[in-house]
Design a protein around this ligand. Structure first.
Ligand code: 16G
Length: 242
């Protein structure tokens, strides 16, 4: 099956055009998780570009985590989610960019006065209003994570404002975080968490705690995420500091 042709009048470099085609094919589910992509020489022929261009396009998508190379077998649509540790993206965005459908099962949604622990994490005064969201997060019908978010009251009109994506709701009120601090730790799922995720107690998880801030420095979120250890690779680009 051919994925398409490149537009003759597109001024973008060929490898970027090819990347766009492949990305679209994944997002629109013409290519699924674990599917092999056509061999380089077929892609080069189909798209009428050189193999160097094909290789460059694939290299970029491999480093983005959308594709993985398996030695001797070819290049496949990645099955584990490669999650950037340094991008301020949302769960929904992470899934949509991989052609998967984000979905949440709500455990609870509430409003209340900040606890002493939350007030420390969010820098709020005692008594301040916060909203709390506890969700099981899915990609299509697969469980991916458990999330507990605490959002200052000034960020949203009410907890009901969040129906699917929290970041979409925050974006609508102009309170999507622009900066965040994160901490990552290995965990073993306890019995309750394992049951919600449909894994075994003791199975490994990645605990990521994110504190997000607005441009003016005020807190926008305190979220504790428990990602499935069997579903995620956490990746980051490093630069020499010397
Ligand atoms: C991600 C964030 C979490 C944020 C959520 C919003 C990490 C480690 N955590 O899971 O802090 O609250 O996305 O997702 O990336 P949503 O907009 O899909 O609800």
């Amino acid at each position: 099956e051919t994925i398409g042709r490149l537009a003759k009048d597109d001024p973008a470099p060929l490898y970027l055009q090819l990347q766009r085609h492949l990305r679209d094919a994944i997002q629109s589910r013409h290519l699924h998780q674990d599917d092999a992509i056509p061999p380089e020489r077929d892609l080069a022929e189909d798209f009428e570009v050189s193999r160097i261009t094909v290789r460059k396009a694939i290299d970029g998508l491999v480093s983005e985590g959308l594709l993985t190379r398996r030695r001797g077998a070819g290049t496949f649509v990645a099955s584990r989610v490669e999650k950037s540790f340094s991008k301020l993206s949302s769960f929904s965005e992470d899934m949509i960019s991989r052609g998967r459908k984000p979905h949440s099962e709500w455990v609870s949604k509430s409003a209340g006065a900040v606890t002493p622990e939350e007030s420390l994490s969010l820098g709020l005064s005692p008594g301040a209003l916060v909203y709390r969201f506890h969700r099981v997060r899915f990609a299509d019908s697969t469980t991916m994570a458990l999330e507990y978010s605490t959002i200052p009251g000034y960020c949203l009109a009410s907890p009901e404002a969040v129906t699917s994506s929290l970041y979409d709701a925050l974006e609508k009120t102009g309170h999507r975080p622009v900066r965040a601090l994160q901490r990552l730790r290995a965990v073993a799922f306890n019995a309750e968490q394992a049951e919600r995720l449909g894994v075994k107690p003791g199975d490994p998880g990645l605990f990521i705690e994110r504190r997000g801030f607005l441009q003016d420095g005020r807190a926008a979120e305190f979220t504790q995420s428990y990602y499935r250890g069997d579903a995620y690779d956490v990746v980051a680009e490093l630069n020499d500091i010397s």
